[in-house]
Design a protein around this ligand. Sequence first.
Ligand SMILES: Cc1cc2nc3c(=O)[nH]c(=O)nc-3n(C[C@H](O)[C@H](O)[C@H](O)COP(=O)(O)OP(=O)(O)OC[C@H]3O[C@@H](n4cnc5c(N)ncnc54)[C@H](O)[C@@H]3O)c2cc1C
Length: 388
Amino acid sequence: MERTRIGIVGAGPAGLMLSHLLARAGIDSVVLERRSRDWIEARIRAGLLEHGSVDLLDRTGLGARMEKLALRHRGIEISTGGRRRHIDFMEATGGKGVTVYAQHEVVKDLVAARLEAGGDLRFEVEGVRLEGVDGPEPRLVWPGGAIACDFIAGCDGYHGVSRASIPPEALTLFHREFPYAWLGLLAEAPPFQDELVYARHEAGFALFSMRSPELTRAYVQCRADEDPDKWTAGELWDELDRRLAVQLNRGPLLLKSVTPMRAFVAEPMRHGRLFLAGDSAHIVPPTGAKGMNLAFADVVALSRALVRYYREGDEAGLDAYSDTCLARVWKVQRFSMWMTRLLHRDPAHDEFERRLGAAELEYLLGSDAARRALAENYTGLPLDLTDV
Ligand SMILES: Cc1cc2nc3c(=O)[nH]c(=O)nc-3n(C[C@H](O)[C@H](O)[C@H](O)COP(=O)(O)OP(=O)(O)OC[C@H]3O[C@@H](n4cnc5c(N)ncnc54)[C@H](O)[C@@H]3O)c2cc1C
């Protein structure tokens, strides 16, 4: 049977970054991905990088394309009552801004770096199973192959196979469903301005963002069971303009889809020799733009723990992995939930709740301390990269 030290399931941001960090420390891994390289490199998802994620990409030799293509923003705007107000993160945090660099570009950079370094990435591997994670030699097995590993990293997202391989009685799952979703468009239209605009509107949340100087990405709050085909492009653009109090540049739609809103945490993030990282262990609602950043924070902690184990024979980092990650996960969950509730219209809320929500937003917009707290969380909680 083939052997590797770390078997990684999933070539999303978590799995690819983990394999990259381990390779830099001389630790071999094999990444098994269900989809093709073209599919993962074209999948439109996250767009915003925290300060710490940008540093991580820079420090590990992945900053060159980002340097050329990324858009740097000072802050965001919040639209309410037909007025847009600016929150300057640079000023509030003493220099931390927001970086827009699409997740699929990060994935392309990671795949290229791994392949150039001779990394073992295997695409279109269907039917992967995890075996023996409770014992000393776990295995990844699929029709046509098997690899024995020292450890397995489950980086296969929310719908993956890794978390499902843990006996249900060994996991505690925390869920929050939302009575709404996001109807989103991606359009060939230059962003109408440089910074993101979030709206709290009586008809519901809206967000204007971008993926590049040519591509606008925008969302409106919709019902959880909304049929995107019921909206014509014109209706969607009109609704965005109305809620955001702007006039977006319009262009052909490349994508129109409904994104479910979900909050989820699985505890603990370790079972035997299996470590969960990224969306396989937790999902935060997308309002705070945190999922990919959180996936990076997990794998920084995991690679640090694995390096310590292989260099010093010390398992303390592995033992602390789950608690270390969950401490950050719950803080980020708190922030993402707070932003979601602040900006969305909850159909179950009465006028009392709505007035409280409006007052909270006014307080945020008028208070230096509240704006600083938003800026600190949005640009990213500190990420320790000293030994990366
Ligand atoms: C609309 C939207 C906007 C978002 N915006 C942001 C944002 O601005 N900033 C941010 O930080 N985050 C954002 N996110 C979240 C972010 O996209 C995710 O958190 C991120 O993709 C998590 O990375 P991951 O590697 O953990 O999982 P994934 O990206 O889901 O990768 C998992 C990989 O595992 C593979 N896989 C699954 N099952 C198997 C299997 N059985 N065998 C082998 N491979 C398998 C999948 O094909 C996939 O390639 C957004 C998400 C959405 C939906």
